[in-house]
Design a protein around this ligand. Structure first.
Ligand code: TRP
Length: 385
């Protein structure tokens, strides 16, 4: 095992070797055949797929087989609401929105205010619940279908989730949890129980309609351990194993290729950042430039280690021709880091200006997306006879 990096649902550090993760986690690489199949069905190819930013999966081929027989599945994803949303969080959500558009399916979006309370030292339930609502605005701002998108807080609809979580919890021994998550004696009981809560939405729609519906979970690869356990238990409860599709982490703006981290403020761009914040952060970003402009003109830069370039690749330069041109221009010294930074600042600010407007509009729409206990009343049949 390569020990120079670590990926768990609550810690990502070091330089992540994604192929190694596929092996360690036991997922499958997304093959050109699978991409082709998705393209055949959707009539489109999303850059996040084409560029292998979504690179790994579990049973997506099976899900497509089912879809071709009966076009009925649902999407499930989520967010641990401990603070403002950053661009790294948006990446899987942008892809999820594309999936919703193309397959015309519902999305269940879990805000795990309980999880953040258990796992983070300095946060109160009230705060993580506040961010559940705030972060939902970012989800809505991306344009999800208001009739088909159901966002909920674990704490707020706990009475509906708990009976299902109990079914999972009873089938997960401590020795499984310990093996999967490497729990120590210091871990609290909430942390140990928590996977049962993240498992619930993978089967909840099936319970609601009293019929098994396939589920697809788009998420960053660090969440896979939760779903490994979910997939193990679901069939024992009479439900389908959820399929999943996994993306890499958007790197931070610093030197190391670590994921954009909420704990290092300067390494991430938040959706609430001002244009001045963006300017400051991108101006200070690590690049593959040379010591002097003169040297860079002569020898060229190194886009492969440049964080600005990674932002282009992952989110802000999806046009293939333009991207290749920019890459070559950098290597040949025809453009220098200042040019790219200025351009990226403009792109991000343009994106954020639009996003922030939609985000404010979302405040008025939140109610349409937000799942309350009343809306879920009929689920109670599973524990009330
Ligand atoms: N545990 C995730 C986080 O910390 C939140 C989450 C809950 C999630 N359910 C999910 C993420 C499903 C992806 C898919 O951010």
């Amino acid at each position: 095992m390569n020990l120079s990096f670590k990926v768990t649902p609550w810690e990502v550090s070091g330089e992540v070797d994604y192929n190694q993760l596929i092996e360690d986690f036991g997922t499958k690489k997304i093959t050109p055949d699978l991409i082709f199949r998705i393209k055949e069905i959707t009539g489109d190819l999303h850059p996040l797929l084409k560029r292998q930013i979504f690179f790994s999966h579990r049973d997506v081929d099976w899900l497509l087989d089912q879809y071709e027989k009966d076009p009925n599945f649902f999407l499930y994803t989520g967010r641990g609401p401990s603070g403002d949303t950053h661009l790294g969080h948006l990446m899987p959500w942008i892809f999820t929105k594309w999936l919703q558009d193309k397959f015309d399916v519902p999305l269940w979006f879990q805000m795990t205010d309980d999880e953040k309370f258990y796992f983070k030292r300095n946060i109160e339930l009230k705060e993580s619940n506040f961010y559940a609502h705030e972060n939902a605005l970012d989800v809505i701002a991306l344009g999800f279908d208001e009739k088909k998108t159901h966002i909920f807080s674990n704490i707020e609809i706990a009475s509906h989730l708990y009976p299902v979580a109990a079914l999972f919890a009873k089938k997960i021994t401590f020795s499984t949890a310990k093996a999967v998550f490497d729990f120590k004696h210091q871990n609290n009981l909430g942390e140990i129980f928590y996977t049962s809560m993240q498992a619930v939405p993978a089967v909840l729609p099936s319970i609601l309609v009293k019929k098994n519906i396939p589920c697809l979970i788009p998420h960053a690869i660090d969440q896979d351990p939760h779903f490994r356990v979910t997939r193990d238990v679901a069939p024992k409860l009479g439900y389908l194993k959820p399929s999943s599709i996994h993306c890499i982490f958007l790197p931070g703006l610093g030197k190391k290729t670590e994921k954009m981290s909420a704990s290092i403020k300067e390494s991430a761009i938040y959706t609430t950042d001002s244009s001045e914040d963006v300017k400051k952060k991108i101006s200070g970003a690590f690049t593959g430039g040379r010591a002097t402009v003169k040297e860079q003109r002569e020898k060229g830069g190194n886009p492969d280690i440049c964080s600005v370039h990674k932002y282009y690749y992952c989110l802000f330069m999806w046009d293939e021709k333009e991207y290749k041109q920019n890459y070559e221009d950098c290597k040949a010294g025809r453009i220098i880091c200042g040019d790219c930074k200025k351009d990226l600042i403009n792109r991000i600010n343009q994106f954020l200006q639009n996003h922030q407007k939609k985000r404010e509009e979302a405040r008025r729409k939140l109610e349409k997306f937000w799942v309350t206990s009343d809306k879920l009343e009929d689920i109670s049949y599973i524990w009330k006879k």
